[in-house]
Design a protein around this ligand. Sequence first.
Ligand code: MG
Length: 166
Amino acid sequence: MAEDKKINHVEEKARKWLKERGVEVKDIANLVYFLQEKYHKNLKMEDCIANVEKVLSKREVQNAIITGIQLDILAEKGMLEEPLQSIIATDESLYGVDEILAFSIVNVYGSIGFTNYGYIDKQKPGILAYLNDKSTGKCNTFLDDIVGAIAAAASSRLAHAAANVE
Ligand code: MG
């Protein structure tokens, strides 16, 4: 019982923080659509949303979300110690821990997720362009990778489900 409450609390926080940082479920679903439309004729937006919801319901995904967003928020407030403060605040390209954390999300649905993640990280469509816009004054060093990873994992899930139907 107590364990259930704790789990709900983590999911609530993860979803609340995504929203507060400017990311809606439909923004991530748009990325899934972008990744999958060429492989599934008649792909529906509601299927993309449903798969994002499934990914968001996983505890390991929620853990990655609250950890990454927490670090972004603290960096934005200048509350981390050096050298980590500067590394995260400036999104230093050699840091790489943001991507490692995102891999824990991509991993949930197997290896095809990595291809999707790499592709979307290069293209930066939709919400990813917004999250990478440094002129907003926001620190999204972790969040951009997390959002790309959720989209990649949801795409893998959708592809697996479609393969099972065929
Ligand atoms: Mg990053």
